[in-house]
Design a protein around this ligand. Structure first.
Ligand code: GRF
Length: 210
């Protein structure tokens, strides 16, 4: 692949399966990305092991040691910026970020959310989708703005909901799609096919990501 590698930093809090899906695509030569570091706010995050095994730098920044969200976020910025990423990838990073942080990385901060936004922002999305008796559910990759789970949508994947689904079964079905669309969205960003406009819209320069 001749495209220049896009430097990224990935933020996780736990399992790290989305990070792993991205890593697999990079290792397979399908995603022109240089994962410069993985940062977690939890020392027990399983995803840190995947990074270490792949020889990627890892950092733990324990939010419990910071009384103020703003101070935590400023420390986080320092660590991230050491790696000069062009994109910061939130992959199950379970922290609400300050407006200051979001504005600092505006247009180069992406998140994945396990619902078809704007439906079901926040937590427990699978349970809530079942309770709402909707017939389809899914996942969304979006640019991060100050509105939690409210940023402009880059890519979505839908899954059906079946009669006997439990939140766990539905979560697995959605996660499978997450692992496809997050690398796709990052690829589109790396190829400069998408960007965030000043007025907060996703600009698509080619039709490959609809
Ligand atoms: C995913 O469902 C993602 O959409 C949400 O948090 C979960 C993280 O899972 N933001 P993992 O840590 O990537 O396995």
């Amino acid at each position: 692949m001749s495209t220049k590698l896009l430097p990224i930093v990935v933020l996780i809090s736990g399992r790290g399966s989305n990070f792993f899906a991205i890593l697999e695509q990079v290792q397979a030569g399908k995603l022109p990305v240089d994962i410069r570091a993985v940062i977690s706010n939890c020392s027990q995050a399983q995803g840190l092991h995947y990074a270490q095994q792949a020889g990627i730098k890892t950092h733990i920044l324990d939010h419990r040691k910071y009384r103020q969200r703003q101070i935590f976020d400023r420390e986080l910025i320092k660590i991230i910026d050491f790696y000069t990423p062009e994109l910061v990838v939130l992959a199950g990073f379970m922290r609400i970020l300050t407006a200051e942080f979001v504005q600092y990385y505006i247009g180069r901060l992406m998140n994945i959310h396990p619902s078809l936004l704007p439906e079901f922002p926040g937590l427990n999305t699978h349970q809530r989708a079942l309770e709402a008796k909707v017939c389809e559910h899914g996942a969304t990759v979006h640019f991060v703005t100050e509105e939690v789970d409210g940023g402009p949508i880059i890519l979505q994947a839908k899954v059906p909901i079946y009669k006997h689904d439990t939140p766990e079964i539905l979560a697995d079905r959605v996660l499978e799609e997450e692992h496809k669309i997050y690398p796709q969205a990052i690829l589109a960003f790396a190829k400069k096919e998408i960007c965030l406009s000043k007025d907060g819209q996703v600009i698509r320069t080619t039709p490959s990501v609809k």
